[in-house]
Design a protein around this ligand. Structure first.
Ligand code: IFM
Length: 452
């Protein structure tokens, strides 16, 4: 006998999908846009899979109206997108490119006209190259420039946007971009990494009151990529490695954001690597800990840590025979429950949203044109069940955004990884909703689903 369990969500639960500017927009140099560090990085030989770049991506910059219609047909209640800083401020600060602002203005109006709530991310990794040239995130002046940018954008959109996200995954900005060199701007430097951690968080804290002033009554938060860390064994060495990993990926960001200063063990580790947190000035930590309305988390997998692995903060699995997505990431839905409970009961954010969750599988159209992506559907379903479990345990989870609305440019992996619930044919720019999209549409309609 098959046992069916009904999973239902509160009436006002926010059902959404997420994207980011560089990953979908294309039109990288149109209408006065400035160069971003991702333009420079992807145009540099050897940085991205098969020299792919975001020059055209999903051509969303030109096709946004059709894409908004598609979102509406999928019954999405919210859409999380990011603003390309160099489109608005081509030099990073100073002269505003009105054409860039107008574009996002139209996008917001288009969403609202379709009953879709915009969640705006200000920084999803596409720093203006001009700011990189004056020191990038390791320089305090970039944090100051971010506040000017937040001011310009929120003055224009703040009367209609009610949900603001300052940064997406500052861990990636700092570590992938400045320590491991696999993301723009491609540095491998511990000192730059530490300074980037601080300046991204500082820019967040400084921007919060600006967003509140320009967008009265709006909700403001940050999105992190915290990880559920598990030691591979109960050995002392593995336990210690797991504590450090948790420190580097989680506490290094969460502790200062929630008023606890940078964690001493991580600071000591960073100093062993020859870097310091000397960029912290009096008053900074108070600014970083500005109260927010929600904490957004992006969750894909977990980290099983052993002392034998370098403590580099990358989600990893031991060589167990586990189910993985095509990114090689372990599929482990209970990690979402663990993470949500840990974050809420340890840090007590005012509320939480799952700002990204999803999976890379390359299933494409069959001979009838249908995209049967059963593994993605199951992945989303099982994670939603864990999210509901965390809500039952008392976690104030307010929304869920699937990553991603459509297949797109997956950073150093180029177009080789497909996370979308909508298939994109990059030659024709045709969009085909996958089975997971239709399933998700029905989840939204019913505010839940049957778990068989
Ligand atoms: O595509 C990215 C996104 O830009 C940030 N979070 C993780 C996703 C999948 O790697």
């Amino acid at each position: 006998m098959t046992v069916t369990k009904q999973i239902t969500f509160p009436q006002n639960f926010i059902w959404g999908a997420a994207t980011a500017a560089y990953q979908i927009e294309g039109a990288w140099d149109e209408d006065g846009a400035g160069e971003s560090i991702w333009d420079r990085f992807s145009h540099t030989e050897g940085k991205v899979h098969e020299e792919h770049c975001g020059d055209t991506a999903c051509d969303h910059y030109h096709r946004w109206q059709d894409d908004l219609d598609l979102m509406q047909s999928l019954n999405l209640r919210a859409y999380r997108f990011s603003i390309a800083w160099p489109r608005v401020l081509p030099d990073g600060r100073g002269a505003v490119n009105l054409a860039g602002l107008d574009y996002y203005d139209r996008l917001v109006d288009g969403l609202l006209a379709r009953g879709i709530r915009p969640f705006v991310t200000l920084y999803h990794w596409d720093l203006p190259q001009a700011l990189e040239d004056t020191g990038g995130w390791p320089a305090r002046s970039t944090a100051e420039a971010f506040v000017e940018y937040a001011d310009v954008v929120s003055r224009r959109l703040g009367d209609r946007v009610t949900d603001w996200i300052t940064h997406n995954e500052p861990w990636c900005t700092a570590f992938l971009g400045h320590m491991f060199g696999v993301h723009a701007p491609g540095h491998r430097d511990a000192a730059k990494t530490a300074a980037t951690v601080h300046h991204t968080l500082l820019s967040h804290g400084w921007a919060v009151p600006v967003l509140r002033r320009n967008s009265p009554g709006a909700r403001v938060g940050i999105v992190l990529n915290p990880v559920d860390v598990t030691p591979a064994t109960q050995s002392q060495a593995d336990l210690q490695a797991a504590v450090l990993q948790d420190g580097l990926m989680n506490r290094l960001f969460l502790d200062p954001l929630y008023g606890r200063n940078y964690p001493a063990d991580v600071v000591a580790y960073v100093e062993q690597q020859g870097a310091t947190f000397k960029s912290v000035q009096p008053g900074d930590l108070e600014a970083v800990a500005a109260p927010t309305d929600f904490l957004g988390i992006n969750m894909y997998s977990r980290a099983v840590v052993s002392a034998a692995d370098a403590p580099d903060g990358k989600p990893m699995v031991t060589d167990k025979d586990v189910e993985r997505t095509e990114m090689g990431w372990e599929v482990y839905p209970p990690a979402l429950y663990n993470l949500l409970c840990r974050l809420y009961f340890d840090y007590k954010p005012a509320s939480l949203i799952i700002a990204e969750n999803g999976a890379s599988y390359s299933d494409g159209p069959d001979e009838t044109g249908r995209v049967v992506d059963t593994r993605r559907l199951r992945y989303i379903r099982d994670h939603l069940a864990q999210a509901r479990r965390a809500m039952d345990a008392g976690v104030p989870l307010k929304g869920y955004f699937v990553w991603s609305l459509m297949d797109n440019f997956e950073w150093s992996f180029g177009y080789s990884q497909r996370f979308g619930i909508v298939w994109v044919d990059y030659d024709t720019q045709q969009r085909i909703p996958k089975d997971s999209a239709f399933w998700y549409r029905d989840v939204i309609t019913n505010n839940g689903f049957d778990l068989i």
